[in-house]
Design a protein around this ligand. Structure first.
Ligand SMILES: C[S@@+](CC[C@H](N)C(=O)[O-])C[C@H]1O[C@@H](n2cnc3c(N)ncnc32)[C@H](O)[C@@H]1O
Length: 252
């Protein structure tokens, strides 16, 4: 990987490692029961539409073996099974609380999603194992280059990685307006849903983490640096959100 990305990853880790290690689990344990409703409110009802649009970009052949990384409340796994019920879907997340909500949501729909509680920096799966890996709305909380290398390792040659997240808009004016909107959203949803002090304290982190994160174009470059091929992205809302896809080379 080139030194620009190495330095950026190092800077993100040294700035945020304490939050990642010491605070995020408590935040997601607090947020788990109202996570899906809060996202719907904060996005003015657009959340589910974005997810469906993202899922529509994934080519799901019957029986494919899928891993959803940082699966949270299983929003992606459930939507994938809605699209193709014969998929074998595995979820991994560090938060018991988020996965417990996810298990209940899947069961309520008569779906089965295997769950692993663990840290995604070292995926507890064999090499060349999954046809598809997905990662949505979690990359800012990760040493991303390390996780992308792990995702590439567990993908079968020819398998696809699909990523959806809020990213740092390339345009400075859009970026500042975006942070004002996010700060307002985080405050309103925290008050409406009665978030804990830990979750409230993390509002500044959520914005800072985005300031130091990648634009859609930079994330494509990082994917290529990690060794993925056929990297492509689709910016949504002036790059505030983007869908990325990338393939593990057949020869890898
Ligand atoms: C904002 S939620 C996104 C959940 C889901 N992907 C979605 O789109 O709704 C972020 C999730 O990442 C998980 N997470 C953060 N860091 C992690 C790590 N190092 N290992 C495993 N899971 C992690 C959190 O527990 C949380 O469930």
């Amino acid at each position: 990987m080139n030194s620009i990305f190495l330095d950026r990853e190092q800077a993100r880790a040294s700035q945020f490692e304490a939050v990642w290690n010491d605070q995020l689990d408590a935040v997601f344990a607090d947020v788990a029961p109202y996570y899906d409703q809060a996202n719907l409110v904060a996005s003015f009802g657009l959340w589910n539409g974005w997810r469906r649009k993202f899922i529509s970009t994934i080519d799901t052949r019957p029986g494919a073996n899928v891993l959803d990384v940082c699966a949270g409340t299983n929003a992606i796994g459930i939507e994938l099974l809605n699209k193709e019920p014969s998929l074998r879907v595995h979820a991994i997340d560090r938060s018991e609380a988020m996965q417990e909500v996810g298990r209940e949501r899947a069961e309520a729909r008569g779906m089965s999603i295997d769950s692993t509680i663990g840290d995604v920096h070292q995926l507890p799966f064999p090499d060349n194992h999954f046809d598809i890996v997905t990662l949505q709305f979690a990359s800012r909380h990760l040493r991303l280059a390390q996780v992308l290398a792990e995702i590439k390792r567990v993908l079968k040659p020819g398998g696809w990685f699909h990523h959806c997240d809020m990213l740092r808009p390339g345009n400075r004016f859009v970026e500042e307006a975006y942070y004002i909107y996010l700060r307002m959203c985080l405050t309103v949803t925290a008050r409406v849903f009665g978030s804990s002090e830990t979750a409230l304290d993390c509002r500044r982190y959520f914005i800072q983490a985005l300031r130091m994160f990648y634009s859609p174009k930079e994330l494509s470059e990082l994917l290529a640096q990690v060794g993925f091929s056929e990297v492509a992205h689709q910016p949504i809302f002036a790059g505030m959100l983007a869908f990325h896809k990338a393939r593990k080379t057949i020869a890898d």
